[in-house]
Design a protein. Sequence first.
Length: 496
Amino acid sequence: MFNPESYYLDLFQVTPGTLEELTGLGIKKGGSYCDLFFENTTYHELLLRDGIVSSGGFHIDYGIGIRVLKDDRTGYAYSESTDARSMRDAVKAASMIAQGGRCRPAGADLGHRPYSAAASEAKREWTRPGSKVGPATPNDYYPFERDWRAAETSGFVPYMEKLQRKISAGDPRVLKVIVSLSSQVSDIMMYNSLGELTFDTRPMGTIAVSVVFGQDGKVENKTVSRSFRTGAEMLTEGLLDDIAGEAVKGIDERFAAKRPKGGKMPVVMGAGASGILLHEAMGHAFEADFNRKGQSIFSGRIGEKVCREEISIVDDGTIPGNRGAVNFDDEGVPGQNTFMVRNGVLESYLHDRISAAHFGVAPTGNGRRESFRYAPIPRMRATYMLGGKSTKEDIIASVKKGIYVDQFSNGQVQIGEGDFTFFVKSGFLIEDGRLTMPVKDINIIGNGPQALADITAVGNDPKVDDGAWTCGKGQSCPVSCGIPTVLVNNLTVGGE
């Protein structure tokens, strides 16, 4: 959503002249680039436990982050105040760090909130022809009708209570239901020394349930979440039915599931949430900072064939209402859809402005940060594989002995080597082309590039999962992931 320019200038108590003055101060002593990131985020949280609202929260995060680039260095500082003195102190600190100097701890004798600063590597040549990417007015991928900030929080409690009752009525084995509802709205304004001014208002609503089931002395747990960049209008009857239905789905199989025998075997990954393996085991290796530093297994492989021609993988910031959507990324680059792999060929890394300048390409809109306290780095948005030609049924029927999995958790990945391991929450044995015994408590172990090369069938059922996925890379960002049904010909299954 876009408010008028004056809305953001007034909110952060600055003028166009102030913005120009600050960036000018940032590059005054030889810096090649300076940018400003203003943020005002309002958070609301509610937790319903045993039919009672047991906790709630509200807070506002407000401040500015300032980055200065010079040669191979980045200087970064932030302030939790946008008064003139605090911002000037922060930009001077960032500039000093970019020049290779040191900054003394601030705040003790300045009479205002301390700023913080950090340094890291950067591209030696920031300014190049065509490096300017705006200003521009992109499409609005998350317009909203009911502002979470204006809604009465107590009005959401009946909806949460209704969801709890519906889940409890859906299965007699339900022992406990916990419902959480959180929302945030972020007003963002960015300005840089290229003269680009961009601004954006970003909503986010997330509702999640944790359900405990009991049967014959055994206990099973299931968690379901939905998260969208939209306003409070997301809380519909349809969403309530969707979450309640998903919460009690497959519980018979959970109680009947056993650990299978382990070993190397074909693995069929179900559409949707299995995309977390695509995100972790492959997506991170496509992020350009890892490739710029030679740390990724895909470093230097642009233009190479890395998998079958049937496979195309994208990272998309343009899905309307999606958790990973961005009108602008956190460097002011318009949101876009980026093909990482097209028809089996590695086409692009995921770039922020620094990596784009290093590789001599345009930024892809993947410069993201957790808040104004962090410098932007290449991060995914919504990462998914496009659909193929096979049906789910035909893919399963092609496997004589293997497993089918559809939900993962607790994954670990080594970016440099590409090795990964994921814990499977639910799945089935495949025997003679049919799903048979439910399985649980197993690990899937493999290597990302090799697993990508070993995908031998791609389903015609692509699905982006709407769960509350959050990616950690030294800082957290909301993301989405998805995949059609795919057959990976050879993975290690850790079982009995």
